[in-house]
Design a binder for this molecule. Structure first.
Ligand SMILES: *[C@@H]1O[C@H](CO)[C@@H](O)[C@H](O)[C@H]1NC(C)=O
Ligand SMILES: [Zn+2]
Length: 492
């Protein structure tokens, strides 16, 4: 993506006239301070807490996150960077509200499912509750024969969770004429593991909610004693296209045909503020940009990308990859991905699964190793914004300190807040990232050209295919006007 005009040149010369200090890995490393990083993450956490607890795609919290980055890169650092936003649209889905009223019209603890189906509103579904047999081996309500002899027509079915995908249970309930399903959990207590019904099942299921095991067993017993229980379920959810943005900024200095890119996603999940995931990468990029803006002698252009809608399927970065011309893709000589680099109990993975990746990755690796870390080269997966770049054959690397316990127990949860950061690891990783980009900004010696031959002969078509799949699924949802959540496979 080329962005060059007269005012950019004027800005360049104006900056050149006053600046005297030259870029080096050492000066960038020296500029990066834990206190600055704390300040940035404090802001991101504050944005989440003043906008309903998150910075997710399609929300006011995301909008404010974009404004926060723009206020630095565009308003304050405008002499050193060209900054723009790249808009795109994607389906937004969320459950606004879910409730269950029990036989005594009491409020019962219940959680929703991703890709849930809305009930009629505002009253929801009210009906007689019927029980279904428990089968912990094959799963309850998972097979046709387990529904034989059960008259579910126009009723709400009570089904135990477990073993098979929940969507299987809901499909069978629907085929038997049930109006809704109340699942009860297979573990006691209010800690109910969230589940997705799978995007492919949208429109095929009945509304559902998951209640506590204790409540389910209580109702089951009363039904067995011959009581007729009347319950209701309300599921209110939304599905619509919403606009989102990637924020992209590049140094005015440097050769536009030799670009080093750094990426981090700016959105969080809906469940929490996303301080480690990926406030950490977001803050690292901003801190590195704050350093780079001070220096002369940037030979190769440095481009920062704060990606939108990563958590709902890498949408922003795939969109960016899809809209690059062949020339623009050729010009991107290396991509560094920073997504979760401050995990509380960090492991130090440097992405690389080829020698080409190590040409940039080894800078990160060597620095972390020299600082006593137990660093290793980890393979890329398919779960962050590097995917588009790998598909385009662009040499890539990055750092990842781990998701889920023990590395990050608050992964995708409300507690991914300021307490959920290992500041020492986060600062060190940012310094590593700063050194790596400074080194490549000075010289691309040893960095191979984009690989257009190997795995992906039609790499652009590969990116296109992924996007088309996402678009098709979006159409399914839009047609059915039902609600949902993050893309994901069916969960049990
Ligand atoms: C985000 O900003 C856009 C454009 O300014 C606006 O149209 C949209 O309503 C905002 N979204 C939210 C949830 O505030
Ligand atoms: Zn992430």
């Amino acid at each position: 993506m080329k962005f060059w005009n007269i005012s950019a040149w004027l800005g360049f010369f104006a900056t050149a006239a006053v600046a005297e200090v030259y870029l080096s890995p050492d000066v960038v490393e020296g500029d990066i301070e834990e206190q600055h990083l704390q300040g940035i993450l404090w802001r991101l956490n504050h944005i989440a807490s003043s906008n309903g607890g998150n910075r997710a795609f399609g929300t006011a919290g995301y909008n404010e996150s974009v404004d926060f980055i723009l206020s630095h890169m565009h308003k304050r650092f405008g002499n050193a960077f060209d900054t723009w936003v790249q808009p795109f649209f994607h389906p937004f889905e969320t459950t606004h509200a879910i409730s269950v009223a029990g036989p005594e019209e009491e409020d019962v603890f219940v959680i929703s499912l991703q890709y849930n189906t809305a009930t009629p509103l505002p009253r929801g579904v009210s009906a007689v509750l019927i029980d279904t047999p428990v089968d912990d081996e094959r799963g309850s309500g998972c097979f046709e024969d387990q529904w034989d002899g059960i008259d579910a027509s126009e009723k709400i079915a009570l089904v135990k969770r477990g073993v098979c995908p929940i969507s299987d249970k809901l499909k069978l309930a629907k085929s038997r004429g049930a109006r809704a399903v109340i699942l009860y959990n297979n573990e006691p207590g209010e800690t109910i593991v969230p589940a997705s019904l799978g995007i492919a099942n949208v429109g095929l299921l009945v509304p559902a909610g998951i209640i506590r095991l204790e409540d389910g067993l209580d109702w089951k017993e009363r039904i067995a004693d011959g009581e007729e229980l009347f319950v209701s379920l309300i599921v209110d959810c939304v599905n619509e296209y919403r606009k989102s943005w990637n924020v992209i900024a590049e140094t005015r200095q440097g050769d536009p045909d030799n670009v080093i890119m750094l990426g981090a996603h700016l959105d969080s999940v809906q469940a929490g503020p996303g301080v480690n995931d990926d406030g950490s990468g977001t803050a690292a990029l901003l801190e590195i940009a704050t350093s780079l803006m001070k220096y002369e002698g940037i030979v190769n252009k440095v481009r920062f990308a704060w990606w939108g809608a990563e958590e709902v399927g890498l949408v922003g970065s795939l969109y960016y990859g899809q809209h690059l011309s062949e020339e623009d893709a050729d010009a991107i000589r290396f991509y560094f991905n920073y997504d979760m680099i401050g995990s509380k109990q960090p492991s130090y993975a440097v992405y690389a699964d080829s020698d080409a990746h190590k040409t940039g990755g080894h800078i990160l690796f060597d620095y972390l190793q020299a600082n006593g870390k137990d660093v290793y080269y980890g393979g890329f997966g398919s779960s962050s914004d590097y995917v588009a770049f790998l598909k385009l054959g662009i040499p890539s690397s990055g750092i990842f300190t781990g998701a889920g316990a023990p590395a990050d127990q608050c992964y995708h949860q409300p507690c991914d807040d300021l307490e959920n950061i290992n500041w020492e690891a986060f600062t060190l990783n940012t310094k590593a990232a700063g050194r790596a980009v400074a080194q490549l900004a000075l010289s691309l010696d040893g960095i191979p050209a984009r690989d257009k031959t190997s795995l992906n002969p039609s790499s652009k078509r590969g990116v296109q295919r992924e996007l088309n799949q996402a678009a098709q699924l979006a159409t399914v949802i839009e047609k059915s006007h039902k609600c949902g959540g993050d893309p994901g496979d069916d969960t049990v």
